[in-house]
Design a protein around this ligand. Structure first.
Ligand SMILES: Cc1ncc(COP(=O)(O)O)c(C=O)c1O
Length: 356
């Protein structure tokens, strides 16, 4: 079976983790600070704050920006559930705006109409490794006095005009094993704002700056040194791994027939966390089953939009967002990860072209 995703781990990762094990400093040692410093430099920002997951990075970022009960946050319904849930964790309400059918990301054209007196923030999600239209979103936010938090959990190294994801606003990343780089579980917040960075550090660590003096309500959202040690060599090989993803995607786009390949707007670097095609209506599930039968891993990210999830239905969400709903019925992700061989790529192409 060609897996849909596979972490790329080598000798450096093994050695780094073993070194932490041998040191006995499994948590709150020097590796977390080192990983943060290197990640901030990679993104081109002043601060990076490591967390236990992408979900806790998002929750921490919302708390640090003072978003809370009854505030509204505009976001996309076409994402992993954690994007919207992080808004709920702080007591705020996601307001879903439909996506651009070409990029699958939040459509800035729908944002203004969704703003109410309660709107505090916008949470664009850079889905599949392609950044949302940050220039347009930041313009609206500046005009309407709104905070922007980037869900960059799928977009390590993605860029617009040479500027990286996480450098446009407060950024949140995930290092889950399926992501473009991994720490097992883990997350990161990026910001240029000294005060937001300070608050994120407090919230992550029991609200504590000086030992046993708790300035604010905090959590244990820390990353361990084992995770950070794994993250450092992963980050150092991220550009190389990204180049392989981009080359694999280019091969698929050049050779697949009968499906709509991913779009990359001019000036954007898509980092292909997923290579997601649109399949003609009604044929997607048959293609998915056929690929599985031929040993080609594939997955639907995501089969149900967030506003139609049972939890959100129970909260009373009753909107129609046609583009997100159509995407849920038509998208299919194919393997694009850096461990694919040339033969794997040929197998994927032949299987798709045969089956359609
Ligand atoms: C878009 C998006 N947001 C948030 C998350 C949450 O990250 P984590 O699984 O590290 O908590 C993920 C990943 O799983 C994601 O893909």
């Amino acid at each position: 079976m060609i897996p849909i995703s596979k972490p790329f781990l080598a000798q450096e990762e093994r050695a780094a983790v073993l070194e932490v094990l041998d040191s006995g400093m499994l948590a709150q040692g020097k590796r977390v600070a080192q990983f943060e410093e290197e990640f901030a430099a990679y993104c081109g920002v002043r601060h990076a704050i490591a967390t236990s997951s992408g979900t806790t990075a998002l929750q921490t970022a919302f708390l640090a920006h003072g978003i809370g009960p009854d505030d509204e946050v505009i976001t996309t319904p076409f994402t992993f559930i954690a994007s919207a849930n992080a808004i709920r964790f702080v007591g705020a309400l996601p307001v879903f705006v439909d996506i651009d059918p070409r990029t699958y990301n939040l459509d800035p054209a729908g944002i203004e109409a969704a703003i109410t007196p309660r709107t505090r923030a916008i949470l664009p999600v850079h889905l599949y490794g392609l950044m949302a239209d940050m220039p347009a979103i930041l313009q609206i936010a500046a005009r309407r006095g709104l905070i922007v938090i980037e869900d960059a959990c799928q977009a390590h190294g993605a860029m617009i005009g040479g500027r990286k994801a996480g450098a446009f606003a407060t950024g949140c990343f995930s290092f889950y094993p399926s992501k473009n780089m991994t720490t097992g579980e883990g997350g990161m917040i990026t910001t240029d704002d000294d005060e937001i960075a300070r608050r994120c550090r407090l919230i992550r660590h029991h609200g504590m700056d000086q030992q046993y003096l708790h300035e604010t309500l905090g959590y244990n959202f820390r990353m361990t040194d084992l995770q950070a040690a794994l993250g450092i060599p992963q980050l150092r090989r991220l550009e190389e791994l990204t180049a392989r993803r981009i080359a694999n995607a280019a091969y698929l786009t050049a050779n697949l027939r009968g499906v709509q390949p991913p779009a990359t707007p001019a000036g954007y670097r898509h980092v292909y966390h997923q290579y997601t095609v649109r399949v003609p209506a009604g044929q997607r599930d048959r293609l998915a089953a056929g690929l599985t039968a031929r040993g080609v891993g594939n997955r639907v990210y995501y089969p149900l939009p967030v506003h139609q999830q049972p939890y959100y239905r129970r909260l009373g969400y009753d909107v129609t967002l046609p583009e997100a709903e159509r995407a849920c019925a038509e998208v299919l992700s194919l393997p694009v990860h850096p461990a694919l061989s040339e033969a794997d790529l040929q197998t994927i192409v032949e299987a798709v072209n045969d089956l359609l």
